[in-house]
Design a protein around this ligand. Structure first.
Ligand code: FDA
Length: 301
């Protein structure tokens, strides 16, 4: 990252929350479930785009908080069914107690999967930083035989992911493939943009060749073009994959994909804990972060 951008990003925590909130509103659907449902309804109806809803909040410290996060996710699944929306659920295992106790976290997830199955819906386990990778994959493996409505995320920047794919294709796992968003050391993660792109496309081909359903999660035109070419080359049905993007990022690209006949799903995060999520998005896009800091210098933002 450019030095100036690094400075801008580093100064973000000093920015008053209402200012951050103003700029974050493009990335989050709102504080409440009702606002998020409204956003999904609009995406389904006006853009023919599917959604995956995420209740924001990852840093929990007690079992009670994890259980409350579980109930929130269950409520989302009930609401999706009640409103007949085209959306599934994404969830972070740390919010369900991954760092407290693996077995407890697994049982929380199992309950959510049961509720989802009752509505014929699907749950995607987000992938967090590398301290969570092995435990997350282990929990997925242990639940997958009884819960076909569960999928996982793999990060193309991790060197281990090729080996993880080799294991996961054996059960034709449903995988969201993304670059990876956390800062990871060179020993375990590719650092160069081109290396990560190359690994992403190599992993995507492996997944497709083993007939795994893939959520191709990227806004990178190189990867979107590479994936589109691969889809054509392999003659894949449009039901064999979907493109996935984040709310608020490159809307013109998702519209172009829909026009070309691909299925697109948007990640729709919402909830009271919007702050940490928004900072991560700003770090990815220092240009927006720059607006936030400049806004500080202007009145009435
Ligand atoms: P890249 O970062 O190169 O972005 C390509 C272009 O998109 C940029 O040039 C810019 O124009 C635009 N862009 C990207 N981010 C932007 C932003 N914040 N604001 C405005 N424009 C922006 N990661 C993870 O570790 N675990 C996970 O579970 C997930 N889940 C997930 C779900 C979905 C649906 C998506 C799309 C992404 C994730 N990610 C994730 C995040 C992912 O790992 C990655 O960090 C981002 O998608 C950015 O990488 P791109 O491939 O989009 O390329």
């Amino acid at each position: 990252m450019h030095l100036l951008n690094r400075l801008v990003v580093a100064s973000l925590p000093a920015v008053p929350r209402p200012v951050v909130r103003h700029f974050a509103s493009r990335y989050i659907a709102g504080d409440s479930l009702d606002q998020a449902l409204r956003c999904v309804r609009r995406l389904n109806a006006e853009e023919q785009v599917m959604a995956t809803m995420d209740v924001l909040g990852e840093d929990i410290t007690s079992r009670q908080e994890a259980e409350s996060a579980r109930r929130d996710s269950e409520e989302v699944l009930h609401a999706i069914a009640r409103e007949n929306l085209d959306s599934n659920l994404s969830i972070k295992l740390t919010s369900l107690g991954l760092k407290l106790e693996q077995g407890f976290c697994r049982e929380n997830l199992r309950q959510i999967l049961r509720v989802a199955a009752g509505h014929g819906n699907f749950v995607r386990i987000d992938m967090e930083d590398s301290s969570c990778t092995s435990d997350t994959i282990e929990i997925f493996h242990s639940l997958q035989p009884d819960h076909a409505n569960c999928g996982i995320v793999l990060q193309a920047y991790l060197r281990r992911t090729e080996a993880d794919v080799r294991e996961l294709v054996k059960t034709r796992a449903n995988v969201r493939l993304c670059k990876g968003i956390y800062k990871e050391p060179e020993e375990i993660a590719f650092q160069g943009r081109a290396e990560v792109q190359q690994n992403f496309l190599m992993l995507l081909r492996m997944l497709f060749e083993h007939e795994c359903y893939v959520g191709i999660a990227t806004h990178d035109s190189v990867l979107v073009d590479g994936a589109s070419t691969m889809i054509r080359e392999l003659g894949l049905e449009r039901t064999a994959y979907e493109f996935q993007m984040l709310l608020g990022v490159r809307p013109e690209l998702r519209r172009a994909l829909v026009r070309e006949g691909h299925r697109v799903r948007l990640y729709v995060p919402f909830g009271e804990h919007w702050y940490a999520y928004s900072l991560r998005r700003f770090k990815e896009n220092p240009e927006v972060a720059g607006y936030v800091v400049r806004a500080l210098l202007r009145p009435n933002v």
